[in-house]
Design a protein around this ligand. Structure first.
Ligand code: FAD
Ligand code: SF4
Length: 479
């Protein structure tokens, strides 16, 4: 029997230390600490290599987790990085932002014991950072160029994953994005204390080295005709995200001091990238109320803390156990000083008489069985109260925002605006138009980075398969 099989009995689960709260709230630096090399190997050795790796099943991209943990144990970091990229083109990013407590680590066999899961996410992050630091790059030396060309619209995780896969298949890729940099929500939505923007820049350099061409500040439909792309390329992948704000229709939402979550986070990140002062988002001495209990709500909470708020209260209509986001992010919010008000439904935003917000009226809720497995909050009559607020941030989620040119080119959408893919025997991520593929939030609705990566990866593989089939049949390339 291996001496290391029961390592978890002697070595406790020990994620890297996070930056102390008193320091982290002073700025926007990443709060996740790093392993030293021997710690990563020791933590990897806690894996008991279950015959049936639940971690791998629960991972949306089905990472070969026990296999790369073994390579880390043996100090074979570059090989571990290569193996990670077989399933996930953005492992350093998923290592940072995945809600591992709900995915791989939540499913780890050791999590079902008193010993706690293997620190899978931190190891994934450490391996990729370290490999890239040592100069690791994907080996494309055996790739043969096919002469095919694909346009990717959207440089978010879905588009980036698709581009990576296409280059590995010898297909030329042009990625169009309306923003001035790549990353989509990785760059402009997720705050820097969760994901340093330098991490995305490093990935951009890797992709460019692979031959991916980025055409930025190009809004497809405005600066470039979608029909032209369809004519010029062999296939098109659409990873345009979900940006329609869910409006809670609260009376008073037009008042001064009320912000919507995503524009608030984007504007704050933009001004940080430009190294500008907080200006309109100077929350010093202000009482901030965040409405909504998802991951975006947690990002708003923690950004408001860093903007100097006197208090931050997060209002959520269910209980803590029902919160849709990562428990880790809720804990970070709480550690950084956020107060949670559970079982409260906001019913109105209140005016101070001068068009400025002065509070939020809430009503208590109780959870009732909805019959579909998820309890439904029901307002309790006669329990209204007011929460004092100088600033209110509404974070009720996002819906797909399908560009008008999609339907115009015969791409089938669901009634809620999601792009329909893979139906009626089509290839994974293929839309109702045979040469148009889609993935990420525009197909699923607001979801996770790792699921966007999965879709992009699958789309890349489907496109490669389709184009290989065309070549075999002697169909000429576009362009
Ligand atoms: P996006 O990342 O939205 O990228 C879409 C890209 O398409 C954008 O760059 C956009 O500019 C471009 N685009 C759109 N239309 C056009 C056009 N017509 N022409 C050219 N370009 C266009 N997920 C996690 O897993 N962990 C987290 O911690 C996490 N935190 C989040 C925090 C916030 C504040 C938000 C809003 C989301 C968070 N998510 C998180 C969700 C995650 O960011 C998304 O699920 C993911 O980014 C979706 O990827 P995507 O590629 O589909 O779309
Ligand atoms: Fe190792 Fe946990 Fe995965 Fe089992 S579930 S293989 S113990 S990481």
């Amino acid at each position: 029997m291996s001496a290391k099989l029961f390592q978890f009995l002697d070595v406790p689960r020990q994620p890297p230390r996070t930056v102390p709260v008193a320091v982290r709230v002073l700025g926007y630096g990443e709060i996740g600490g790093d392993f030293a090399s021997p710690q990563a190997a020791t933590q990897a050795e806690r894996c008991i290599d279950c015959g049936n790796p639940y971690c791998e099943h629960a991972c949306p991209v089905h990472n070969y987790i026990p296999n790369w943990l073994k390579l880390v144990q043996q100090g074979r970091i570059l090989e571990a990085a290569t193996l990670m990229h077989e399933t996930n083109p953005l492992p350093e990013i998923c290592g940072r932002v995945c809600p591992q407590d709900r995915l791989c680590e939540g499913a780890c066999t050791l999590e079902q014991t008193e010993f706690g899961s293997v620190t899978i996410g931190s190891i994934e992050r450490w391996v990729t950072d370290e490999a890239l630091r040592q100069g690791w790059r994907p080996d494309l030396s055996k790739v043969r160029e096919t002469g095919h060309r694909v346009a990717v619209i959207g440089a978010g995780p879905a588009g980036l994953a698709c581009a990576d896969r296409l280059r590995r298949a010898g297909i030329a890729v042009d990625v169009y994005d309306r923003q001035r940099d790549i990353g989509g929500l990785l760059t402009f939505g997720i705050p820097p204390f969760k994901l340093d923007k330098g991490v995305v820049s490093t990935r951009r350099a890797v992709l460019e080295d692979m031959g991916v061409r980025f055409l930025l500040e190009k809004d497809v439909g405005r600066d470039v005709e979608f029909g032209t792309l369809l004519d010029d390329y062999d296939a098109v992948f659409i990873g345009t995200g979900a940006y329609t704000f869910v409006d809670g229709q609260l009376p008073g939402r037009e008042l001064q001091g009320v912000h919507d979550a995503l524009p608030f986070l984007i504007a704050n990140t933009e001004r940080l990238l430009r190294d500008e002062p907080a200006s309109v988002f100077d929350f010093r001495d202000k009482h901030v109320v965040v409405l909504g209990g998802g991951d975006t709500g947690m990002d708003c909470n923690r950004t408001a803390i860093r903007l100097g708020a006197a208090s931050v209260t997060c209002v959520y209509r269910r209980d803590e156990a029902s919160m849709p986001g990562s428990a880790r992010e809720v804990n970070y919010s709480r550690e950084e000083g956020v107060t949670f008000l559970f079982h409260r439904q906001p019913v109105a935003i209140l005016d101070n008489g001068h068009g400025q917000v002065r509070g939020v009226r809430v009503v208590e809720t109780r959870l009732v069985d909805s019959g579909d497995g998820r309890s439904r909050p029901q307002n309790v009559p006669g329990t209204e109260s007011e929460v004092v607020a100088d600033v209110v941030i509404q974070s009720f989620g996002f819906l797909p925002s399908p560009p008008s040119w999609l339907a115009a080119h015969g791409v089938e959408l669901s009634p809620s605006g999601k792009v329909i893919t893979g139906a009626n025997g089509r290839l994974p991520q293929q839309t109702s138009h045979p040469r148009i593929f889609a993935g990420g939030d525009n197909v699923r609705g607001a979801d996770l980075v790792v699921r966007a990566v999965y879709d992009g990866r699958e789309a890349g593989d489907s496109i490669a398969a389709l184009l290989a089939q065309k070549s075999a049949l002697g169909v000429a390339s576009a362009g």
